[in-house]
Design a protein around this ligand. Structure first.
Ligand code: NAI
Length: 328
């Protein structure tokens, strides 16, 4: 199938080419992000392959349909960037990669938590400059602390398992109980019940209208002062200006973000020679207790191979059978 791969990086090309062993698919790798201004690049393709920050809104879908594109293959799990209702009304088939390596994301969340708690981002720079002062690097033992996991699906369950291994008490927030998480001795509570008890809160639920700004100004009084918040889910799960307020007031003792609500204007691209005009983002970077990575939680060898293999399998299924088990 001829597929236009938008927002493509060298590593996408490398892993898609590796997975395309029998040359069953023809890919056009495009650096451009899909939006209203780039959609015409999909002309003469039967499918588009898109990532987290590609824009698949009504206007883009109408143009894709006019170009005869039939399939939208997401090379990620989340699909909050697709106007699903409109896509379905136009007859598109939409497929995704429901799980590639949940370990990759859960392990990154743990890495961020450890770095934030023990100030590794500061220690690294200090030592390079010959400064071996410990003041400002004080952390706390995770052992015995309470960790709330919001969303106990594939990633949240692995994160909970790792944190249980550290000797943490696990609280879980989800409308569906995961037996694997219950086996860890986790207690399911509402978010409002869990927050006041937790030294650490990690977000692993999808972005939906219900979870948008799940942590906002109203939740600040419920947080245990000095708590650490980790978000590797989606940027809009938190209201960033409210978090800045929480950091200024010392309610949030540390913040680790792999995702950001306005990330599509920044992430996955080198802006180091430019003036970044997003004042909210730049304010975040001024806090010593904020650690940000640019949506890299998924970025492991295993995950990229899984994404490529599943995406090619999805396209093959659509081409051969017209249906796919990973349809959205
Ligand atoms: P999953 O579908 O296995 O689990 C999500 C869980 O969240 C489910 O158990 C669901 O019931 C729960 N949930 C839904 N609404 C909720 C709510 N209002 N409150 C509490 N729980 C709720 O998904 P998976 O694979 O664990 O991924 C979770 C999220 O992680 C994805 O939706 C995606 O946004 C994000 N992600 C981030 C990546 C990164 O590189 N930073 C990579 C992959 C996923």
């Amino acid at each position: 199938m001829r597929t236009a791969v938008f927002s493509s990086k060298s590593y996408d090309e490398e892993f898609f080419t590796l997975a395309n062993v029998d040359q069953a698919h023809e890919f056009t790798f495009l650096a451009a992000r899909l939006d209203e201004t780039t959609v015409d690049l999909a002309r003469d393709h039967q499918a588009v392959c898109v990532f987290v920050n590609d824009v698949v809104n009504r206007a883009v879908l109408d143009r894709l349909a006019a170009h005869g594109v039939k399939h939208i293959a997401l090379r990620c799990a989340g699909y909050n960037n697709v106007d699903l209702k409109h896509a379905k009304s136009l007859g598109f088939s939409i497929v995704r990669v429901p799980a590639y390596s949940p370990h990759a994301v859960a392990e990154h969340a743990v890495a961020m938590l450890l770095a934030l708690n023990r100030h590794l981002h500061k220690a690294y720079n200090r030592v390079r400059e010959g400064n071996f002062e410990l003041r400002g690097l004080l952390g706390f033992d995770l052992h015995g602390k309470t960790v709330t996991v919001v969303g106990t699906g594939k990633i949240g369950a692995i994160f909970a398992t790792i944190m249980r291994g550290f000797g943490c008490r696990i609280l879980a927030v989800d409308m569906y109980r995961n037996p694997d998480v219950e086996k860890l001795g986790a207690t399911y509570l509402s978010l409002e019940e869990a927050l006041p008890q937790s030294e650490v809160v990690s977000l692993h639920c999808p972005l939906t209208p219900e979870t948008r700004h799940l942590i906002d100004e109203d939740k600040l009084p419920l947080l245990k002062p000095g708590m650490l918040l980790v978000n590797t889910g989606r940027g809009a799960l938190v209201d960033t200006p409210a978090l800045i307020e929480g950091l200024k007031r010392g309610i949030i003792g540390g913040l680790a973000l792999d995702v950001y609500e306005e990330e599509e204007k920044l992430f996955f691209t080198d802006h180091s020679g430019e003036v970044i005009t997003d004042d909210v983002f730049m304010r975040l970077t001024t806090f010593p207790n904020v650690l940000i990575t640019g949506h890299q939680a998924f970025f492991t060898h295993e995950a990229l191979m899984g994404i490529a293999t599943t995406t090619l399998g999805n396209l093959t299924a659509l081409e051969r059978d017209g249906v796919c088990a990973n349809a959205v």
